[in-house]
Design a protein around this ligand. Structure first.
Ligand SMILES: [Zn+2]
Length: 411
C-alpha cells in the first residue's frame, strides 16, 4: 500500500517585501487600520492550501523533503484581496446607458431608453441558469486577474424565484460567497414593495437561505424604505442569514440606525452619511463598507472615510462591481481611489480590502492575512514596494496570484 501523498509545499523566496495586516483579531478599527507589518527580503512557505510560515530570507530554516520553489525577486507579497461587495450575477451590460449618461442624459432620458436595474433584470432572466453561471464564471476570472481571491456574489438581478436561486448557486459553485439581495428593486410584475416582499419572503427565502450566507437590501428612496428593510432582514435573520444593507447612497433614509438595531454585519455605500451616522457607526460593531469606484462612476460625493477612521469605526473597501453604477472589478484601482479620493493611507486601504472585508464575509479566521494557519491566498505584485498597490493608478500591478496554494501567473 502506498501512503497518501502529503500535501505539496511551495516556497516563494527572495520577495522584495511582504506586507500584511498585523495581529490576529477582526475587524480592525480607527488607528489600528494602519497597523501593517512589512518584512523586507522575505519568504512565504505554503503547505497544501495553508500558509506554514512567513519570514525574512536570512531566517529561513532548512527545509527537508520535496519543496517547490517560486522566484519572488522583484515582487512584493500581500494577502489575496477580498471583495466583500460585488454583483457579478448579471447578464448583458448597460454600455448604452453609460454612453448616454457620459453625454449628459438625465435620469428620465435613461429610463426612457430602457436603463436601470430593471433592464439588467430582463437580460438576466432571459439568460437562464447556464447563462447566469457562465456570466459569474467570466466575472470571477476578471476579479482574479486583479488579485481577488475571496469574493461576494449578490443575487438581485433575477427577482423571480428561479433566477434568484440560479444566481446564488452560480456564485457558490464558482467559489464565491453568496448573498441574497432579494430586496434590490421591485420587479415589474409587482405594483408595490410590500406585495413583492410578502411573495419573496414566502416563496424565495426558504430556498435561498440554505445556499446564501447573508441577506442584503437596497434601502433608498425609490427602492425599499426602512420599515420594509427591517421586515426583510428580520425574516432573513430568522432563516439563519447574516445581514447587510445598501444604505445612505443618495440620501440618509435610516440605514445606519437600522443596521445597529438589527446587528447587521455591515452597512455599505455611506456617500450621504452625516456626522451623526459617523458617530453611531464608530460606536458599533457594524462595518462601514466604502465603494469609491461607484461614487466615481456616478460622479457622486465620496463617503466620509477620514471621519469614520478618526472616529474609530471599522471600515472595509470593495468594488460594488455591477453593470450600471460601478463597472469595475479591480480592488487595486479601489485602493488607488481610497488613497487619492478618500485620504486613506495605502496601509489603511490594504487592511480594508483584506482582513476587514474578510470579516464582513465571515471569513476572517482564515482569510485576509499572511500568517501561519491562514489560507495560502496571496498576490505577488510586480513592484519594488507593496504600496504600488495604491500608487500605480490603473497599473498592471498583479504578477501572480496564489489561490489555495496554487500559483496562477497573471502577466
Ligand atoms: Zn451594491
Amino acid at each position: 500500500m502506498t501512503p497518501p501523498a502529503s500535501p505539496r509545499r511551495l516556497l516563494v523566496r527572495d520577495l522584495a517585501q511582504l506586507a500584511t495586516p498585523a495581529g490576529r483579531g477582526a475587524p480592525l478599527r480607527g488607528g489600528s487600520l494602519a497597523d501593517v507589518a512589512v518584512l523586507e527580503d522575505a519568504y512565504l512557505l505554503v503547505h497544501g492550501d495553508t500558509l506554514e510560515a512567513v519570514g525574512r530570507m536570512r531566517e529561513l530554516p532548512a527545509l527537508g523533503g520535496d519543496v517547490a520553489e517560486l522566484d519572488g525577486r522583484g515582487l512584493c507579497a500581500i494577502p489575496g484581496l477580498v471583495d466583500c461587495h460585488a454583483h457579478p450575477a448579471f447578464a448583458g451590460d448597460r454600455v448604452d446607458e453609460f454612453a448616454l449618461r457620459a453625454g449628459g442624459a438625465s435620469y428620465e432620458e435613461l429610463h426612457a431608453a430602457g436603463g436601470g436595474i430593471r433592464a439588467t433584470v430582463a437580460k438576466t432572466r432571459a439568460a437562464g441558469r447556464e447563462g447566469v453561471a457562465a456570466a459569474v464564471e467570466r466575472h470571477r476570472r476578471w476579479m482574479l486577474r486583479h488579485g481577488t481571491t475571496t469574493w461576494e456574489g449578490k443575487s438581485g438581478y433575477g427577482l423571480d424565484r428561479e433566477t434568484e436561486l440560479a444566481s446564488l448557486r452560480a456564485v457558490r459553485d464558482a467559489g464565491g460567497v453568496p448573498t441574497w439581495l432579494g430586496a434590490h428593486a421591485v420587479p415589474p410584475e409587482f405594483d408595490d414593495g410590500d406585495a413583492y416582499l410578502d411573495w419573496a419572503l414566502a416563496e424565495v427565502l426558504p430556498e435561498a437561505a440554505p445556499i446564501a450566507e447573508s441577506a442584503d437590501v437596497f434601502l433608498e428612496k425609490g427602492a425599499f424604505d426602512a420599515a420594509q428593510a427591517r421586515r426583510y432582514l428580520q425574516a432573513s435573520a430568522r432563516a439563519g442569514l447574516a445581514l447587510r444593507l445598501h444604505g445612505d447612497q443618495f440620501t440618509e433614509a435610516g440605514a445606519v440606525p437600522l443596521a445597529l438595531e438589527i446587528g447587521a454585519r455591515s452597512v455599505d455605500h455611506l456617500e450621504a452619511t452625516g456626522a451623526g451616522g459617523v458617530r453611531a457607526l464608530a460606536a458599533s460593531d457594524v462595518v462601514g463598507v466604502l465603494l469609491p469606484a461607484s461614487a466615481l462612476f456616478l460622479g457622486r460625493p465620496m463617503p466620509p472615510a477620514r471621519a469614520l477612521v478618526e472616529a474609530g469605526a471599522a471600515i472595509a473597501l470593495a468594488t460594488d462591481f455591477n453593470p450600471g453604477s460601478a463597472f469595475c472589478e479591480s480592488l487595486p484601482l479601489v485602493c488607488s481611489l481610497a488613497a487619492t479620493q478618500l485620504r486613506m493611507s495605502p496601509a489603511e486601504a490594504l487592511t480594508a480590502c483584506t482582513v476587514n472585508a474578510a470579516h464582513v464575509l465571515g471569513r476572517a479566521a482564515r482569510v485576509g492575512r499572511l500568517a501561519p494557519g491562514y489560507a495560502a491566498d496571496a498576490v505577488l505584485l510586480d513592484a519594488p514596494d507593496w504600496r504600488y498597490l495604491a500608487y500605480h493608478l490603473g497599473g498592471e500591478v498583479v504578477h501572480t496570484v496564489l489561490v489555495a496554494g496554487e500559483p496562477v501567473r497573471i502577466r
